[in-house]
Design a protein around this ligand. Structure first.
Ligand code: SAM
Length: 282
């Protein structure tokens, strides 16, 4: 592009940015974008280094992990690091790995990369039509999408299953070890749509009813050392914490719950039976 062409493009961009500014948006050039993301990637790498060295020293580095951490959407790095370490610990025993609430498959890809060299099956559950309707337990705590009310979240975050399928293809994760279970989660899910045994599950449905349903479905398939990790505990909707507390009132004697401290994010980890090992330093 000649100099007058780039001047025209810069003038158009500035004009558009004046219009977009009140909405809090702006157009950036490819070069600006690369500068912005390079800064973010450096911070992610530094945080991962810190966690690997000081907080979770038993978590061995793994090929491909950093790139997948860079590509997370909405999952903070400390939470992802605890996810990886909880998954590692759970794999000391038998069982498959589940994710409930998959969306584009950013965390599915992170998990798949960790179990690629095992014989575990990855079970992925999602409506692929977005969040279900909230119930009265789902009081809005953090309006992350700026929708104004909990009811407006019904149907949000809808993406097609082809996105997660594409993410798993990029990793060469074997389709024979992948089960994608489409549809709103129901308590009467047939047994063939659930693993016989669960080592690890990441529950990220955001709402009271599906989280409680997911925990109850997985519970009979857990063995000592299995881990159920629930995202958005005390965040977005109060319903997630309510669901965990209700589940613990039913089965709390069988699980050791661990609520993430403020530096780590908004999640809780339920480990069944006596812990296999702990490298958290807490
Ligand atoms: C926050 S997103 C998951 C994000 C993903 N774990 C990640 O971090 O990349 C929540 C997902 O839960 C799904 N979902 C919500 N309620 C559901 C329900 N009742 N049954 C099945 N899927 C549901 C939505 O479709 C959405 O894709």
């Amino acid at each position: 592009m000649n100099r007058s062409g780039s001047r025209v493009r810069a003038a158009v961009r500035q004009g558009l940015n004046r219009v977009l500014r009140p909405a809090g948006s702006r157009i950036v050039t490819g070069q600006e974008w690369r500068g912005l993301t390079a800064g973010k990637e450096l911070l992610v790498d530094q945080l991962v280094d810190l966690f690997e060295a000081l907080v979770l020293p038993d978590l061995e580095p793994r090929q491909g992990r950093r790139e997948l951490l860079h590509r997370l959407i909405g999952t903070e790095i400390p939470e992802a690091m605890y996810l990886l370490d909880s998954l590692r610990q759970s794999l000391a025993g038998p069982g498959d790995v589940c994710e409930m609430g998959v969306a584009q498959g950013a965390t599915s890809a992170l998990i798949a990369n960790e179990i690629a060299t095992t014989d575990r099956t990855l079970w992925l559950y999602d409506s692929f039509e977005g969040l279900s309707a909230p119930t009265t337990e789902d009081v809005l705590l953090d309006d992350v999408l700026g929708l104004g009310s909990m009811d407006s979240y019904a149907g949000s975050m809808a993406v097609g299953a082809e996105l997660v399928q594409g993410r798993l293809r990029e990793l060469d994760f074997p389709p024979a070890r992948t089960r994608i279970v489409k549809g709103f989660i129901e308590p009467d899910l047939p047994a063939e749509r659930l693993p016989d045994q669960v080592a690890f599950a990441y529950l990220d449905f955001d709402l009271y009813e599906p989280i409680l349903t997911g925990l109850r479905l997985l519970h009979p398939r857990c063995r000592p050392g299995s881990v159920l990790m629930v995202d958005d505990f005390g965040f977005l909707s109060a319903g997630v914490e309510a669901a965990v507390r209700e589940f613990l009132a039913e089965h709390g004697d069988l699980y050791s719950p661990w609520e993430a401290p403020p530096h780590a994010g908004h999640f809780c980890v339920l480990r069944r039976g006596p812990s296999i090992s702990s490298s958290r330093g807490d």
